[in-house]
Design a protein around this ligand. Sequence first.
Ligand code: SF4
Length: 390
Amino acid sequence: MHEIPSTGTGMNRRSFLGACGGCALAAAGAQLFFPGVFRGTADAMEIRKGFIGARLSPYFTALSGGRVRCELCPRRCETEKGERGYCRVRENRDGKYYSLVFGNPCAVHVDPVEKKPFFHVLPSTASFSIATAGCNFDCKFCQNWEISQASPEDTLNYDFSPEQVVEKALEYRCASIASTYVEPTIFIEYMIEIGKLARPKHILNVMHSNGYINPGPLDDLCDHLDAACIDLKGITEQYYGDMTEGTLAPVLATLKHLRRRSVHTEIVNLVIPGKNDDPERIKELSRWVLGELGPEVPVHFSRFYPLYKLKSLEPTPVTTLERAWSAARDVGLKFVYIGNLPGHPAENTLCPSCGRVVIERVGYSIKKISMNDGKCAGCGRRIPGIWKVA
Ligand code: SF4
């Protein structure tokens, strides 16, 4: 069994358990996003309740009688004129299908890239983070349900073109633009346009997604996407059915697709007590990652805090997360992390060859990097990730 090495910060097991008790509220609070907290000159930008744009979607099939079928995600919603799909942000207007959130984010923040969480992408840089209303899942543990389960007319929205997003990302010295907080593929057209404009400015286009998207649109997105953090919420269809209203198979297909397209990918598994914390399932998930994606894909086991429809549960015990960490390492994964538990030594990146702490973290802060040109400073072993922008 793999032992979790010490932090090098002097924090012992007792002190990080203590820190953990204090971080529960902080971590939960940090996940709640409200419109209008975008600071700096952007505060001067107008935000309006219910402001809605419209952009013709390339991802639909016209059916008879003015009906359309959306081809963006596996739900394949079929709608009559005037109706919207499950995600609330796509609408049938006279037999054509429109995105209602192109250029209309309701959440705009400058975050550390570690908060996405990307641990192998330009550490210690800022990520310009956006979200619109809407989502194609309804997870019982959603951290941002106020916006993910809202329609765009119910949120305060910016009128924020892709050009302005890139401009502001440059102004705020962000190394990446992250589409996050809700399911971003529901605003795929916006993400793609942002990606096209960001690359010439040497800004990465990244997302944190549930991976619930059809292969065609995903392939289009991959042309303009540098990195993806994908929630692999569990490893059984039953869990997805019970907890998300979605299905597992398309998420696994997305992960394999991202690998084929060489998009840097990290995986997040939110470990919920009594729901998906069975050690056998954790091993199964880890074996799937190992077998289909390889040992180098970073996997984050993230601590659950009671939220939304699961308020009656307790936060994930630290020992459960540590067991998951050990199990994944025993299976053969090389880069395994514990998330939402600031100060835990399993936030650090270890060199798989010599065991040196190559990136030392506490929460979203980077304390030390011991790497040269993407390689361990001790033994020269390559560490997978994006360590500089081309
Ligand atoms: S993206 Fe939205 S409208 Fe399209 S199929 Fe998925 S849930 Fe339905």
